[in-house]
Write a protein that binds this ligand. Structure first.
Ligand code: GRF
Length: 202
């Protein structure tokens, strides 16, 4: 099995698209973790038959309970999809190159603390950018700072408002995030098979 943990704090439209994308791949299993007991992502995950776990700040930063939960589940990849808190450094160490995030702009511009949701699109429109897009990147201890693994651009038209741009970006995210995750899962699968063959040879 390939075990994926999705961390989300809010609406969860990306989380739902990802889970739906892998519906027919029976060797891929999900758990959704949220820091917000009222987040709509929880409802979405339950409707899709996915296990949900809710945690509090102390569980993430003061104790190792979230980390232990992930280790017990033998999580192969952590996917942040609208997760609003910083990932602690012990997670980055425990899951090297195995934590990814999606950002609704072309990093390194329009990233960092405070650059989330509508704030991002409002800043992009205010600065009269002609392009925006999405960035999928590895996660480190800072906001929106890890190695970029994928970007896709879109043109901004003069009549576009922050709201229109947000809609366009969400559509892009829903299209590409599952595909990039699929590529990463294929790599994980291959590595697992290779390891199994090596173990059988010994
Ligand atoms: C997305 O725009 C993503 O880029 C950002 O948070 C938003 C989450 O949206 N990190 P949703 O909750 O998946 O609808």
């Amino acid at each position: 099995m390939i075990q994926i943990a999705i961390f989300a704090s809010g609406n969860g439209s990306n989380a739902a698209k990802i889970i739906e994308h892998f519906k027919l791949q029976k060797d891929v299993s999900f758990v959704v973790l949220s820091n917000n007991a009222n987040a709509f992502v929880i409802e979405r995950a339950k409707r899709l038959g996915v296990e949900v776990a809710v945690f509090e700040k102390n569980d993430l930063y003061k104790t190792k309970s979230v980390l232990r939960f992930l280790e017990c589940k033998e999580i192969d990849l952590i996917v942040l999809a609208g997760f609003m808190w910083l990932i602690p450094s012990n997670f980055v160490t425990a899951f090297p190159n195995k934590i990814i995030n999606i950002h609704p702009a072309l990093l390194p511009k329009y990233g960092g603390k405070g650059m989330y949701g509508e704030n991002v699109h409002q800043a992009v429109i205010k600065n009269k950018e002609t392009q925006s897009g999405i960035t999928i990147h590895l996660v480190n201890e800072k906001y929106d700072d890890g190695q970029i693994i994928f970007q896709e651009k879109i043109e901004i038209e003069p009549k576009d408002t922050a709201e229109i741009l947000a809609h366009k970006i969400h559509t892009l995210e829903h299209l590409y995030y599952p595909l990039i995750i699929e590529e990463l899962i294929d790599e994980i699968r291959q590595k697992k098979e290779q390891k199994k063959e090596e173990e059988e040879e010994q």
